[in-house]
Design a protein around this ligand. Structure first.
Ligand code: KIV
Length: 311
């Protein structure tokens, strides 16, 4: 038997390395092909990272967008693991986390704290953060500075602002810095003292027309999506049909491109808030209260901890 010489060894090595590289290229190609196929088949659950573009593709493919609010690490992790598409660090934190009556008191620092906790937990969802009251209206420079702080300090992916024409300049300035903006029309809680009540908005022709104009304006400015809150379902469906960007509804019926709810409301953590549009998926108030009552009883009776629960 003849021993192979140095040149032959080198050729064999080249062949081996080429085979390994070819194999790797085939594997990469197959992964890319599978990813493209799953998107083509509307299986957006396979998408590793949801971006503002992903949700626009979802609209184009007729796939509904799921969005919930989140304010802390532990809950954001559960919602992300469950496969939620968008997490909104809403200024509703002012109500459900801090106990204020309105969304007005929450500060930029507090929003950044909540956003930072959520971003740390999330692997897949798009994280959008509300610009709080007073941090963007009236002065586009302030709006941009507030947004820079949110994006730099929390690592979030986009911001949401309430209003249309009246905040045009602020939106333009934020967008010009390359930051995705989600709009919010209809019932805009930061204007509650102007509205006076939390009743359904845009039931009159004039306000309905203004809302449609604002939606068109937000689209033309370059917003990537719009939340429509508490308006008639027919009007919301009309807006969703006439703009190309996703319309995400809350109390705006089923003719839109996705839905958002406040997490505490849909999980039944608070009992008092019962608008018609809300569907409660769990009754966590009673679940948690029951668990805590059992714990108190066990502590008082001396049942907890038992011998297996000690060192
Ligand atoms: O702050 C919030 O939770 C919101 C949703 C109601 C859309 O803006």
């Amino acid at each position: 038997m003849r021993c192979i010489n140095g040149a032959e060894k080198a050729s064999l090595l080249v062949i081996l390395v080429s085979c390994l590289l070819a194999n790797q290229i085939i594997l990469n190609f197959r992964a890319l092909f599978n990813k493209l196929m799953s998107i083509a088949q509307n299986d957006f659950s396979q998408v590793k990272r949801v971006t503002s573009h992903t949700i626009q593709e979802m609209k184009q493919n007729g796939v509904k967008i799921s969005m919930l609010t989140a304010y802390d690490f532990s809950m954001a992790k559960i919602l992300d693991d469950a496969g939620i598409d968008v997490l909104l660090v809403g200024d509703s934190a002012s109500n459900v986390m801090a106990g204020h009556e309105t969304t007005l008191p929450i500060t930029l620092d507090q929003m950044i704290y909540h956003a930072t906790s959520v971003v740390r937990a999330v692997q897949r969802a798009l994280v959008v953060v509300d610009l709080p009251f007073g941090s963007y209206q009236g002065n586009s420079k302030t709006a941009l500075d507030s947004t820079f702080r949110i994006m730099k300090e929390s690592g979030a992916h986009a911001v949401k602002v309430e209003g249309g024409k009246v905040v045009k300049e602020s939106i333009e300035r934020i967008l010009s810095a390359g930051i995705p903006v989600m709009g919010h029309l209809g019932l805009t809680p930061q204007s509650i003292y102007k509205f006076g009540t939390y009743t359904v908005r845009a039931t009159e022709d004039l306000e309905a027309q203004r809302l449609q104009d604002d939606a068109k304006l937000l689209e033309s400015l370059g917003c990537f999506a719009i939340v429509l809150e508490k308006i008639p379902a027919d009007l919301a469906a009309k807006v969703a049909k006439h703009v190309d960007i996703p319309i995400i509804g809350i109390g705006a019926g089923n003719g839109v491109d996705g839905q958002v709810l406040v997490m505490h409301d849909m999980l039944g953590i608070n009992k008092e808030f019962k608008p018609r549009f809300l569907r409660r998926y769990r009754n966590l108030y009673d679940e948690i209260k029951g668990g805590v009552e059992e714990y108190i009883n066990d502590v008082k009776s001396g049942d907890f901890p038992n011998s297996k629960e000690q060192y």
